[in-house]
Ligand binder design. Structure first.
Ligand code: ZN
Ligand code: ZN
Ligand code: ZN
Length: 370
């Protein structure tokens, strides 16, 4: 397989079928979500009614859809791909239909994000099968982005950079995190995203909680403010970028810690190359912080993959011995968090290339005094 070019949907389905055959899995059942969009370009609504792409290791894929979704399915790339659409009426049993389309089988791979209700109904419809997760086959394919996906991640990165460029003007003492967050949400849409996925405006002691959202806390001089924001572009690809701002001059201690954090983020980025393992990248960032006695304050993994989902493989975490390969896209986001006092994080999305990391985010990483 090659990753320099663009993988067509047909090529992706082909990779899935090869993977299924190699793992002795008879079929994969994919319900609405990122995998379905990745494989056939169909952005289906996740509903209680069953929509399911049936991909047998051998044989043509078939899409099972409720009758009222046929027009939507037909308008997606599914028809161009020549995938047969099998619709079901309100009184039909779509699980029996799916089982019939799968045919004789002993091992079935289910979409990692399939609803439990659908998992149980499919199990009941195929009592003689074992179920495994389809992600073990699909994640390795999705992890390595093709040229089109990398271009999409660059556009997403440029869009979120535009938002960060305007954040300093929003961080005025007297405003609440929530007010700033609303402005940021509007800017995320204005920059070209179709949805706002998350807006973290964590000021003062709130910044010590990495997944703080927004609150009614009023910004004040002397606050460090962690702003971690992301959205989804029209093509489905996601942005995610963190910068830390400071209202007024920081303390000597905070400024010194921030310099260490910046070195950690740069060192981890510089360590990215094909063959380096995910845990090595995590250790590179962590070692810099640990040497400065900040290791205990870095309380999360260094990063996560990104693409059609905000968090996907590969995870940049201790224990993950997966070697990086060109085309992988993930965050590098070390931080330090001192409960009751302050926090800071610097996050870029990077692509692993033959020549090292390419960041899709370009806003300055130095502490910005707002
Ligand atoms: Zn290939
Ligand atoms: Zn992230
Ligand atoms: Zn983030």
């Amino acid at each position: 397989m090659t990753y320099g070019g663009v993988m067509t949907f047909a090529h992706r389905l082909d990779h899935l079928q090869v993977g299924l055959a190699a793992a002795n899995i008879d079929a994969a059942l994919i319900t609405p979500g990122a995998d379905l969009r990745y494989l056939v370009g169909y952005e289906a609504k996740p509903l209680e009614r069953l929509t399911c792409l049936v991909v047998r290791a051998g044989g043509d894929p078939v899409l099972v859809v409720p009758a009222l979704e046929v027009l939507a399915a037909t308008a997606s790339p599914v028809s161009e791909l020549g995938i047969q659409i099998r619709s079901w009426q309100e009184t039909d049993d779509p699980y029996a239909l799916t089982a019939q389309l799968v045919g004789p089988a002993s091992v079935i791979a289910l979409d990692d994000h399939m609803w439990a209700q659908k998992v149980l109904d499919l199990r009941a419809a195929m009592p003689n099968t074992t179920q495994v997760l389809a992600g073990q086959i699909i994640a390795p394919i999705r992890m390595r982005k093709d040229a089109q996906e990398i271009a999409a991640l660059r556009r997403a990165g440029a869009a979120i950079d535009q938002v960060h460029a305007k954040v300093p003007t929003l961080l005025r003492p007297g405003r609440t995190e929530r007010q700033v967050g609303l402005d940021i949400g509007n800017l995320i849409i204005a920059a070209g995203h179709v949805t706002v996925d998350f807006v973290i405006v964590a000021s003062g002691p709130n910044a010590a909680s990495p997944h703080h959202d927004v609150s009614d806390r009023v910004l004040a001089a002397g606050d460090a403010v962690v702003v971690d924001i992301g959205g989804t572009m029209p093509d489905g690809y996601r942005s995610d970028c963190t910068r830390t701002y400071h209202i007024g001059a920081p303390s000597v201690e905070f400024a010194a810690n921030y310099e260490v954090l910046l070195r950690a983020q740069k060192a981890a980025t510089a360590a990215v190359r094909p063959g380096a393992t995910c845990e090595e990248i995590d250790a590179t960032a962590r070692d810099v912080l640990t040497e400065a006695n900040l290791g205990d304050l870095f309380i999360h993994r260094t990063g996560h993959g990104i693409g059609l989902e905000s968090h996907e493989e590969p995870y940049i975490v201790s224990g993950n011995t997966l070697p990086l390969a060109s085309g992988m896209a993930f965050s590098i986001e070390p931080g330090f968090y001192l409960a009751g006092s302050y926090g800071a994080r610097i996050e870029d999305i990077v692509i692993c290339t033959e020549n090292g990391a390419e960041s899709v985010n370009h806003q300055p990483r130095e502490l910005v005094i707002a």
